[in-house]
Ligand binder design. Structure first.
Ligand SMILES: *[C@@H]1O[C@H](CO)[C@@H](O)[C@H](O)[C@H]1NC(C)=O
Ligand SMILES: *[C@@H]1O[C@H](CO)[C@@H](O)[C@H](O)[C@H]1NC(C)=O
Length: 239
């Protein structure tokens, strides 16, 4: 059979079936197929549109996420920078606080006066250093040189022979901080005086004889029950 015959057959079959169309004809089937294809095409178009829309949406969401991530990263960096700065400030503050709160130990006590007879204007030299934390006291000169600025307390304890008098001064450089007289008519007597002063580093503190009776005025001895020791002592109370 050649193609011409088949075509002829087709036309004959179709020509014969003109008029009321039987339901299961080839034409009807093809028509339905065509309709189906068109509907599918429309649906495919719709699906394509929806996919494209979804794509756009996904793309937009990704972009939004990227932006959000960038913002978060910027916020994080900003926070980190601020946090580091704040930490540094706090550390510096703590350092300063530590510096003001921790008062180092500066304390000395010296005894054994070099001379028992003194002259007006003489610095009383205490030769034996009992302790000297911070090395402020010099047992060659009798001077305490302030190592660290701050508030200091100084004490003198002078043992004076009876009927002798001693005008003393606790001095800071050339200024009298505390002065007075020790005297007793009946017995050898140890007396105490003190000075609380706010001092700058480098200032010098010492004990001066402002005037005195002539002859041995200081007395030093141990008894079984007590020591008569003249001393000069001081300490840093607060920076
Ligand atoms: C005098 O001071 C020096 C230096 O601080 C010390 O080495 C020495 O022991 C002191 N002398 C006395 C007798 O305390
Ligand atoms: C006084 O006592 C001290 C110790 O308590 C001692 O080192 C010193 O030698 C004594 N001095 C005299 C004169 O006995």
């Amino acid at each position: 059979m050649n193609f011409g015959l088949v075509l002829l057959g087709f036309i004959v079959v179709h020509g014969a079936s003109l008029g009321p169309e039987p339901q299961c004809s080839k034409f009807h089937y093809e028509e339905q197929l065509l309709e189906k294809m068109i509907r599918m095409e429309v649906r495919v178009e719709e699906i394509e549109k929806r996919i494209s829309k979804t794509n756009q949406h996904v793309h937009q969401t990704l972009e939004d996420l990227k932006t959000e991530r960038r913002d978060l990263k910027n916020d994080y960096n900003e926070l980190q920078t601020r946090y580091s700065q704040e930490m540094e400030e706090h550390i510096a503050e703590i350092g300063k606080l530590k510096d003001t709160l921790l008062t180092e130990t500066i304390a000395f006590k010296a005894r054994v006066p070099a001379d028992k007879s003194l002259e007006t204007g003489q610095t009383i030299l205490f030769t034996e250093t009992m302790f000297n934390k911070g090395n402020g006291y010099d047992n060659m000169t009798g001077l305490f040189t302030v190592p660290v600025s701050g508030t200091y307390l100084f004490t003198i304890h002078l043992c004076i022979k009876y009927k002798m008098n001693m005008f003393y001064g606790i001095m800071v450089d050339n200024t009298v901080q505390t002065s007075g007289v020790f005297y007793d008519s009946t017995t050898d007597h140890c007396n105490t005086a003190d000075a609380i002063t706010v001092l700058k580093a480098g200032e010098r503190v010492y004990v001066k004889c402002l005037s005195t009776s002539s002859g041995e005025v200081l007395t030093e001895y141990n008894s079984s029950t007590r020591n008569y020791w003249s001393t000069f002592s001081g300490l840093l109370i607060h920076k």
